[in-house]
Design a protein around this ligand. Structure first.
Ligand code: PMP
Length: 299
Protein backbone atom coordinates (compact mmCIF):
# COMPACT_ATOMS: atom_id res chain seq x y z
CA UNK A 1 0.00 0.00 0.00
CA UNK A 2 1.26 3.46 -0.83
CA UNK A 3 2.12 5.64 2.10
CA UNK A 4 -0.19 8.64 2.54
CA UNK A 5 1.44 12.01 1.95
CA UNK A 6 0.82 14.59 4.67
CA UNK A 7 1.84 18.20 5.17
CA UNK A 8 3.63 19.03 8.39
CA UNK A 9 5.12 22.37 9.42
CA UNK A 10 5.48 23.50 5.82
CA UNK A 11 6.80 20.33 4.18
CA UNK A 12 5.23 17.33 2.47
CA UNK A 13 6.04 14.11 4.33
CA UNK A 14 5.06 10.47 4.34
CA UNK A 15 2.63 9.30 7.00
CA UNK A 16 5.15 6.76 8.27
CA UNK A 17 7.69 9.52 9.09
CA UNK A 18 7.79 10.59 12.75
CA UNK A 19 5.60 13.61 13.46
CA UNK A 20 5.03 14.33 17.12
CA UNK A 21 7.11 14.36 20.22
CA UNK A 22 5.91 12.64 23.38
CA UNK A 23 6.20 16.00 25.13
CA UNK A 24 4.11 18.03 22.70
CA UNK A 25 1.86 20.04 25.00
CA UNK A 26 -1.34 19.17 23.10
CA UNK A 27 -0.85 15.44 23.62
CA UNK A 28 -1.13 16.00 27.36
CA UNK A 29 -3.69 18.82 27.61
CA UNK A 30 -5.65 18.95 24.34
CA UNK A 31 -4.21 22.36 23.42
CA UNK A 32 -4.84 22.12 19.71
CA UNK A 33 -7.43 23.11 17.13
CA UNK A 34 -8.71 21.12 14.17
CA UNK A 35 -11.15 21.32 11.29
CA UNK A 36 -13.10 18.83 9.22
CA UNK A 37 -13.55 19.82 5.57
CA UNK A 38 -14.77 17.89 2.54
CA UNK A 39 -13.55 17.79 -1.04
CA UNK A 40 -16.19 16.64 -3.53
CA UNK A 41 -15.75 15.64 -7.15
CA UNK A 42 -17.89 17.58 -9.62
CA UNK A 43 -18.36 18.42 -13.28
CA UNK A 44 -15.38 20.78 -13.12
CA UNK A 45 -13.16 18.50 -11.06
CA UNK A 46 -12.70 18.15 -7.30
CA UNK A 47 -13.50 21.22 -5.20
CA UNK A 48 -13.34 22.11 -1.50
CA UNK A 49 -16.68 22.98 0.10
CA UNK A 50 -16.79 26.28 2.06
CA UNK A 51 -13.03 26.32 2.55
CA UNK A 52 -12.90 29.97 3.66
CA UNK A 53 -15.59 29.44 6.33
CA UNK A 54 -13.82 26.39 7.74
CA UNK A 55 -10.49 28.19 7.86
CA UNK A 56 -12.11 31.24 9.51
CA UNK A 57 -13.53 29.00 12.28
CA UNK A 58 -10.13 27.32 12.62
CA UNK A 59 -8.51 30.75 13.04
CA UNK A 60 -11.05 31.63 15.77
CA UNK A 61 -9.93 28.48 17.61
CA UNK A 62 -6.22 29.25 17.37
CA UNK A 63 -6.89 32.89 18.41
CA UNK A 64 -8.65 31.56 21.51
CA UNK A 65 -5.44 29.72 22.43
CA UNK A 66 -3.45 32.81 21.40
CA UNK A 67 -1.41 31.32 18.63
CA UNK A 68 -1.57 31.59 14.86
CA UNK A 69 -1.63 29.05 12.08
CA UNK A 70 -0.96 29.77 8.41
CA UNK A 71 -4.43 29.00 7.04
CA UNK A 72 -3.40 30.04 3.49
CA UNK A 73 -0.55 27.56 3.45
CA UNK A 74 -2.85 24.92 4.95
CA UNK A 75 -5.48 25.52 2.27
CA UNK A 76 -2.91 25.12 -0.50
CA UNK A 77 -1.57 22.02 1.22
CA UNK A 78 -5.07 20.50 1.18
CA UNK A 79 -5.40 20.91 -2.60
CA UNK A 80 -1.89 19.72 -3.26
CA UNK A 81 -2.31 16.66 -1.01
CA UNK A 82 -5.49 15.73 -2.83
CA UNK A 83 -3.55 15.82 -6.11
CA UNK A 84 -0.50 13.96 -4.76
CA UNK A 85 -2.60 11.22 -3.16
CA UNK A 86 -4.85 10.91 -6.21
CA UNK A 87 -8.13 11.60 -4.39
CA UNK A 88 -11.20 13.13 -6.03
CA UNK A 89 -13.46 12.89 -2.96
CA UNK A 90 -11.75 13.34 0.38
CA UNK A 91 -11.88 14.52 3.96
CA UNK A 92 -9.42 17.22 4.96
CA UNK A 93 -8.12 17.39 8.52
CA UNK A 94 -6.16 20.57 9.35
CA UNK A 95 -4.63 20.44 12.83
CA UNK A 96 -2.56 22.98 14.74
CA UNK A 97 -1.27 22.26 18.20
CA UNK A 98 1.15 23.46 20.84
CA UNK A 99 4.45 21.67 20.73
CA UNK A 100 6.99 20.73 23.34
CA UNK A 101 9.09 22.81 25.69
CA UNK A 102 7.15 22.69 28.91
CA UNK A 103 4.51 20.68 30.64
CA UNK A 104 3.31 23.75 32.51
CA UNK A 105 -0.09 25.26 31.86
CA UNK A 106 1.15 28.71 30.81
CA UNK A 107 1.23 28.15 27.08
CA UNK A 108 2.18 31.56 25.78
CA UNK A 109 5.83 30.72 25.05
CA UNK A 110 5.18 27.40 23.33
CA UNK A 111 5.66 26.99 19.58
CA UNK A 112 2.68 25.95 17.52
CA UNK A 113 2.92 23.14 15.01
CA UNK A 114 0.62 22.64 12.05
CA UNK A 115 -0.38 19.77 9.82
CA UNK A 116 -2.87 18.87 7.12
CA UNK A 117 -3.97 15.34 6.28
CA UNK A 118 -6.26 14.45 3.39
CA UNK A 119 -8.00 11.12 3.82
CA UNK A 120 -10.13 8.96 1.56
CA UNK A 121 -12.73 8.97 4.34
CA UNK A 122 -16.22 10.28 4.37
CA UNK A 123 -18.77 9.76 7.16
CA UNK A 124 -17.91 9.14 10.82
CA UNK A 125 -21.44 7.79 11.29
CA UNK A 126 -20.68 5.19 8.61
CA UNK A 127 -21.51 5.28 4.92
CA UNK A 128 -24.79 3.40 5.44
CA UNK A 129 -26.06 5.96 7.95
CA UNK A 130 -26.85 8.51 5.27
CA UNK A 131 -29.09 5.91 3.54
CA UNK A 132 -30.62 4.13 6.52
CA UNK A 133 -30.74 6.77 9.25
CA UNK A 134 -29.45 6.39 12.80
CA UNK A 135 -30.61 5.95 16.39
CA UNK A 136 -30.01 8.76 18.88
CA UNK A 137 -30.11 8.67 22.65
CA UNK A 138 -30.48 11.64 25.00
CA UNK A 139 -27.17 11.79 26.84
CA UNK A 140 -26.96 11.94 30.62
CA UNK A 141 -23.91 14.20 30.09
CA UNK A 142 -24.00 17.96 29.54
CA UNK A 143 -22.31 19.74 26.62
CA UNK A 144 -19.27 21.82 27.56
CA UNK A 145 -20.87 25.16 28.48
CA UNK A 146 -19.49 28.06 26.41
CA UNK A 147 -18.54 29.83 29.64
CA UNK A 148 -16.01 27.01 30.25
CA UNK A 149 -15.03 26.06 26.71
CA UNK A 150 -16.32 28.06 23.74
CA UNK A 151 -17.98 26.08 20.94
CA UNK A 152 -14.96 25.91 18.64
CA UNK A 153 -13.06 22.92 17.37
CA UNK A 154 -10.58 22.85 20.24
CA UNK A 155 -9.11 19.34 20.59
CA UNK A 156 -9.61 18.90 24.35
CA UNK A 157 -13.29 19.80 24.09
CA UNK A 158 -13.94 16.64 22.14
CA UNK A 159 -13.38 14.41 25.17
CA UNK A 160 -16.91 15.57 26.10
CA UNK A 161 -18.18 14.22 22.76
CA UNK A 162 -16.25 10.95 23.07
CA UNK A 163 -17.65 10.25 26.56
CA UNK A 164 -21.23 10.91 25.48
CA UNK A 165 -20.72 8.74 22.40
CA UNK A 166 -19.33 5.90 24.53
CA UNK A 167 -22.39 6.04 26.75
CA UNK A 168 -24.74 5.97 23.74
CA UNK A 169 -23.02 3.16 21.86
CA UNK A 170 -22.87 1.04 25.03
CA UNK A 171 -26.62 1.51 25.35
CA UNK A 172 -27.06 0.28 21.75
CA UNK A 173 -27.52 3.68 20.05
CA UNK A 174 -25.50 5.20 17.21
CA UNK A 175 -25.28 8.73 18.54
CA UNK A 176 -25.85 10.88 21.63
CA UNK A 177 -27.83 14.10 21.93
CA UNK A 178 -26.78 16.74 24.45
CA UNK A 179 -29.63 18.54 26.19
CA UNK A 180 -29.33 21.46 28.57
CA UNK A 181 -32.15 21.38 31.09
CA UNK A 182 -35.06 21.02 28.71
CA UNK A 183 -33.33 22.57 25.69
CA UNK A 184 -31.73 20.62 22.87
CA UNK A 185 -28.08 21.54 22.25
CA UNK A 186 -26.44 19.33 19.59
CA UNK A 187 -25.17 15.81 18.95
CA UNK A 188 -21.54 14.79 19.56
CA UNK A 189 -20.41 15.92 16.11
CA UNK A 190 -23.53 17.24 14.38
CA UNK A 191 -26.14 19.97 14.65
CA UNK A 192 -29.84 19.11 14.91
CA UNK A 193 -32.87 19.97 12.75
CA UNK A 194 -36.53 19.09 13.02
CA UNK A 195 -39.37 19.15 10.54
CA UNK A 196 -42.93 19.89 11.70
CA UNK A 197 -45.52 20.11 8.96
CA UNK A 198 -43.90 22.24 6.26
CA UNK A 199 -41.63 24.07 8.77
CA UNK A 200 -37.93 23.25 8.95
CA UNK A 201 -36.35 24.30 12.25
CA UNK A 202 -32.61 24.55 12.95
CA UNK A 203 -32.03 23.93 16.66
CA UNK A 204 -30.24 26.93 18.18
CA UNK A 205 -28.25 26.72 21.40
CA UNK A 206 -25.37 28.93 22.62
CA UNK A 207 -23.19 25.92 23.54
CA UNK A 208 -23.52 24.24 20.14
CA UNK A 209 -20.82 24.54 17.49
CA UNK A 210 -21.93 27.02 14.80
CA UNK A 211 -21.94 24.38 12.08
CA UNK A 212 -21.17 25.24 8.49
CA UNK A 213 -23.53 22.51 7.23
CA UNK A 214 -26.24 23.95 9.50
CA UNK A 215 -25.68 27.38 7.97
CA UNK A 216 -25.72 25.84 4.47
CA UNK A 217 -29.09 24.15 5.12
CA UNK A 218 -30.59 27.32 6.61
CA UNK A 219 -29.50 29.21 3.48
CA UNK A 220 -30.86 26.52 1.14
CA UNK A 221 -34.22 25.96 2.86
CA UNK A 222 -34.98 29.19 4.72
CA UNK A 223 -35.20 27.11 7.94
CA UNK A 224 -36.02 29.03 11.10
CA UNK A 225 -33.24 29.02 13.71
CA UNK A 226 -34.58 28.97 17.28
CA UNK A 227 -34.30 27.17 20.63
CA UNK A 228 -36.12 23.82 20.75
CA UNK A 229 -37.16 21.80 23.79
CA UNK A 230 -36.50 18.08 24.04
CA UNK A 231 -40.27 17.52 24.15
CA UNK A 232 -40.77 19.43 20.89
CA UNK A 233 -37.99 17.47 19.21
CA UNK A 234 -39.44 14.18 20.45
CA UNK A 235 -42.80 14.93 18.83
CA UNK A 236 -41.44 16.27 15.50
CA UNK A 237 -42.50 14.72 12.18
CA UNK A 238 -38.87 14.31 11.12
CA UNK A 239 -35.48 14.79 12.78
CA UNK A 240 -32.12 14.95 11.08
CA UNK A 241 -28.53 15.66 12.05
CA UNK A 242 -26.04 17.49 9.88
CA UNK A 243 -22.34 18.08 9.69
CA UNK A 244 -19.46 18.10 7.27
CA UNK A 245 -18.85 14.42 7.88
CA UNK A 246 -22.45 13.27 8.53
CA UNK A 247 -23.89 15.47 5.73
CA UNK A 248 -27.69 15.13 6.19
CA UNK A 249 -28.42 12.03 8.29
CA UNK A 250 -31.99 11.11 9.23
CA UNK A 251 -32.82 10.05 12.80
CA UNK A 252 -34.80 6.77 12.67
CA UNK A 253 -35.04 6.33 16.41
CA UNK A 254 -34.96 8.98 19.13
CA UNK A 255 -34.86 7.37 22.62
CA UNK A 256 -37.96 5.13 22.63
CA UNK A 257 -39.59 6.65 19.53
CA UNK A 258 -39.29 5.22 15.98
CA UNK A 259 -39.43 7.66 13.05
CA UNK A 260 -39.50 7.28 9.29
CA UNK A 261 -37.01 8.97 6.97
CA UNK A 262 -39.45 11.65 5.85
CA UNK A 263 -39.82 13.36 2.47
CA UNK A 264 -38.46 16.72 3.68
CA UNK A 265 -35.25 15.18 5.05
CA UNK A 266 -34.82 13.21 1.80
CA UNK A 267 -35.30 16.34 -0.32
CA UNK A 268 -32.84 18.36 1.79
CA UNK A 269 -30.27 15.54 1.63
CA UNK A 270 -30.58 15.45 -2.17
CA UNK A 271 -30.31 19.24 -2.50
CA UNK A 272 -27.24 19.21 -0.26
CA UNK A 273 -25.57 16.64 -2.55
CA UNK A 274 -26.39 18.78 -5.61
CA UNK A 275 -24.77 21.78 -3.96
CA UNK A 276 -21.58 20.09 -2.69
CA UNK A 277 -21.02 18.36 -6.03
CA UNK A 278 -21.58 21.62 -7.92
CA UNK A 279 -24.67 20.38 -9.82
CA UNK A 280 -26.60 23.28 -8.27
CA UNK A 281 -24.67 26.13 -9.83
CA UNK A 282 -26.37 28.87 -7.81
CA UNK A 283 -24.01 28.17 -4.92
CA UNK A 284 -20.80 27.82 -6.91
CA UNK A 285 -19.15 30.46 -4.70
CA UNK A 286 -19.00 27.83 -1.92
CA UNK A 287 -16.69 25.64 -4.01
CA UNK A 288 -12.95 26.16 -4.39
CA UNK A 289 -11.53 24.02 -7.25
CA UNK A 290 -8.53 22.18 -5.87
CA UNK A 291 -6.45 23.07 -8.93
CA UNK A 292 -6.40 26.68 -7.71
CA UNK A 293 -4.68 25.38 -4.58
CA UNK A 294 -1.92 23.29 -6.19
CA UNK A 295 1.64 24.08 -5.13
CA UNK A 296 2.36 25.76 -8.50
CA UNK A 297 -0.67 28.06 -8.04
CA UNK A 298 0.63 28.99 -4.58
CA UNK A 299 4.02 30.13 -5.90
N1 PMP B 1 -21.23 20.07 16.27
C1 PMP B 1 -20.05 19.49 16.58
C2 PMP B 1 -19.72 19.25 18.00
C3 PMP B 1 -19.15 19.13 15.57
O1 PMP B 1 -17.98 18.57 15.88
C4 PMP B 1 -19.51 19.35 14.22
C5 PMP B 1 -18.61 18.89 13.11
N2 PMP B 1 -17.60 19.80 12.87
C6 PMP B 1 -20.74 19.97 13.94
C7 PMP B 1 -21.57 20.30 15.00
C8 PMP B 1 -21.13 20.29 12.53
O2 PMP B 1 -20.31 21.32 12.05
P1 PMP B 1 -19.96 21.47 10.52
O3 PMP B 1 -21.26 21.46 9.79
O4 PMP B 1 -19.28 22.78 10.43
O5 PMP B 1 -19.11 20.32 10.13
Amino acid sequence: MNDLTLWLDGAFRERSAPHVDLFDHALHYGTGVFEGIRIYDGAHGPAVFRLGDHMARFARGTAMLRFEADTDAMSHAAGELCRRNGFRNAYVRPLAWLGGGSLHLDVEKLTARQAVAVLPWTSHLGEAAVQTGISVMTSTMSRNPRSALPPLKICGGYVNSCLAKLEATHAGFDEALFVDGDLVCEATGENVFLVQGDQVVAVEHPDALPGITRDTIITLTGAVSRPVSRAELASADEIFLCGTSAEVTAVRRFDDRELAIGPVTKAIAATYQDVVHGRDTTHGHWLTPIETLFASAAA
